[in-house]
Design a protein around this ligand. Structure first.
Ligand code: RB5
Length: 143
């Protein structure tokens, strides 16, 4: 898959680790920044990733900030983005199976590297189950 990845200064270190993992798993990664721990505004990075997901020029996006909260709030403003803030295996699994999430958000200050690895691998592997869940996510456009 083509995957765009972005982080603010609070997620920079985890983004570097996640980028290497996603690359190792055989995906095409587009790293849209940031590229250091210099303070930046997370909505700017969310925009760079979500514009690509929204336009369909990448398959998925991954966004990391300190908590994952700001990134998920900003990302869900895009019409075709379904961003999920995941802090464990179960939410990563269910965000794909029931919600067909196309953007994964994580908080570097909340989870460790081992949990992040598991979340990313799970989120990239689990398929959307469709069925009644398809009808439900189609209702997002009416919210
Ligand atoms: C930056 O200090 C922090 O506010 C940001 O990374 C994120 O946690 C916002 O939701």
């Amino acid at each position: 898959m083509k995957i765009a990845i972005g982080a603010d200064h609070g997620g920079f270190h985890l983004k570097e680790i996640v980028r290497a993992l996603v690359d190792e798993l055989g995906h095409e990664v587009q790293d849209l920044g940031c590229y250091s721990t210099v303070s930046v505004d997370y909505p700017d990075l969310a925009r760079l990733v979500c514009e690509k997901v929204d336009a369909g020029s990448v398959d998925r996006g991954i966004l990391i900030c300190g908590t994952g909260l700001g990134m998920s709030m900003a990302a869900n403003r895009y019409a075709h983005v379904r961003a999920a803030l995941c802090h464990d295996h179960y939410t990563a699994h269910m965000s794909r199976e029931h919600n067909n999430a196309n953007v994964l958000c994580m908080g570097e200050r909340v989870i460790g590297q081992g949990v992040a690895d598991d979340i990313v691998q799970t989120w990239l592997a689990v398929e959307f189950s469709g069925g009644r869940h398809l009808g439900r996510i189609e209702l997002y456009s009416k919210c």
